[in-house]
Write a protein that binds this ligand. Structure first.
Ligand code: DAH
Length: 350
């Protein structure tokens, strides 16, 4: 092949020009980094094509031109690699840790007010020796009504009040009160018995601010020799003062329940106005909190306990009612709506 001296000159010119281009090429992101690679280092890039021209350089000059080309290639590759690493490390930082970002808040749950009050009631009675017993929410007629001395035609058995699951011989229903658990305990245990039974109960009622089709109760039962009405009264006074403060007072009004004789309804002095009279206590200074009485001998006998040897008292209270008085919530529906704005106001105290 004929060698023209101008070729050599042009070759050196070209190398110098591309060197300037390599040096001047601005790499700021992944897109122009890739463009740089294609322009200079790729198989169809400028540097590659110069290496192709090396074939035409005479042997004596090959060493010099080859060295110039090699230096150019190293220059391009170094620039490519260093920018590549720089871009990768900044994009890594952007993705993983940005110390200037505001922290993310996470929400901590709170106890449901019914759970808080149930635990408090349990703890108050635990301290005087009552243990927790539980029973099924789907009950038979015997435990919910018959064993508790409800006459066959008692209005509480009516379809109006009870959610029946099965009518007739094997009658099953959602329990209407936790008094059913006291029957189960007495059937399985001989006195002394000192138990409380918290749980959910159901009644066929239209839902409103003052009534709901399900709610929660705590039943209490104490059976031993010589248990008297005075024991009942003192236990309930202890409960009221533990729950509502040591100034709380109670009063008992005669009442009727089929399973207790005598029976009473218990009021606590109004915690909202300190018994001075307000809207909540309807200016009476008293708020009703529970029902109670001495266990009817018929109930003891039905459950297999000798009523000539043992006596006992029982009481039953609504957890929603106690919660209403403690936290001044006046709409029963709030307890089951799961509105976070309502629930988060109750911070655990236990
Ligand atoms: N079971 C009654 C109710 O649901 C509450 C109750 C009243 C329970 C008097 C008792 C009691 O143990 O003696 O309304």
């Amino acid at each position: 092949m004929t060698f023209f001296p101008t070729f050599l000159y042009e070759m050196k010119e070209k190398i110098a020009k591309i060197q300037q281009e390599v040096l001047g090429f601005e790499i700021t992101d992944q897109v122009n980094l890739e463009q740089f690679r294609i322009n200079f280092l790729g198989s169809k890039g400028e540097i590659k094509s110069l290496f192709g021209d090396l074939k035409s350089v005479p042997v004596e000059e090959k060493k010099e031109i080859g060295k110039l080309l090699n230096d150019l290639r190293v220059l391009g590759e170094d620039k490519y690699e260093s920018h590549k690493q720089g871009l990768e490390s900044t994009s890594f930082q952007k993705e993983s840790i940005d110390f200037s970002r505001p922290g993310e808040t996470f929400t901590v749950g709170s106890h449901h007010p019914i759970s808080l009050v149930r635990s408090e009631i349990i703890s108050i009675f635990n301290r005087i020796g009552f243990v927790v017993s539980e029973g099924p929410e789907i009950e038979d007629d015997w435990h919910n009504f018959s064993a508790l001395n409800f006459p066959p035609e008692h209005p509480a058995r009516d379809m109006q009040d009870t959610f029946f699951i099965e009518k007739g011989e094997n009658e099953m229903a959602l329990r209407t009160h936790t008094s059913s658990v006291q029957v189960r305990v007495m059937e399985n245990q001989q006195p002394p018995i000192r138990t409380i039974s918290p749980g959910r109960v159901y009644r066929n009622e239209a839902i409103s601010a003052r009534a709901h089709c399900f709610f929660h109760q705590v039943e209490g039962l104490y059976i031993d020799k010589n248990v008297s009405f005075a024991d009942l009264k003192q236990t309930l006074l202890y409960f009221a003062q533990e729950m509502f403060g040591e100034k709380a007072q109670i009063r008992l009004r005669p009442s009727y329940f089929p399973f207790t004789e005598p029976s009473a309804e218990v009021d606590v002095s109004c915690t909202i106005c300190n018994a001075k009279g307000c809207n909540v206590c309807k200016h009476t200074g008293w708020l009703e909190i529970l029902g109670c009485g001495m266990v009817d001998p018929n109930v003891l006998e039905a459950a297999g306990i000798d009523s000539t040897v043992y006596t006992g008292y029982a009481f039953g209270m609504g957890i929603e009612r106690i919660t209403q008085l403690k936290y001044k919530v006046n709409d029963l529906r709030l307890y089951s709506e799961n509105d976070v704005r309502f629930l988060k106001q109750f911070t655990p105290s236990i």
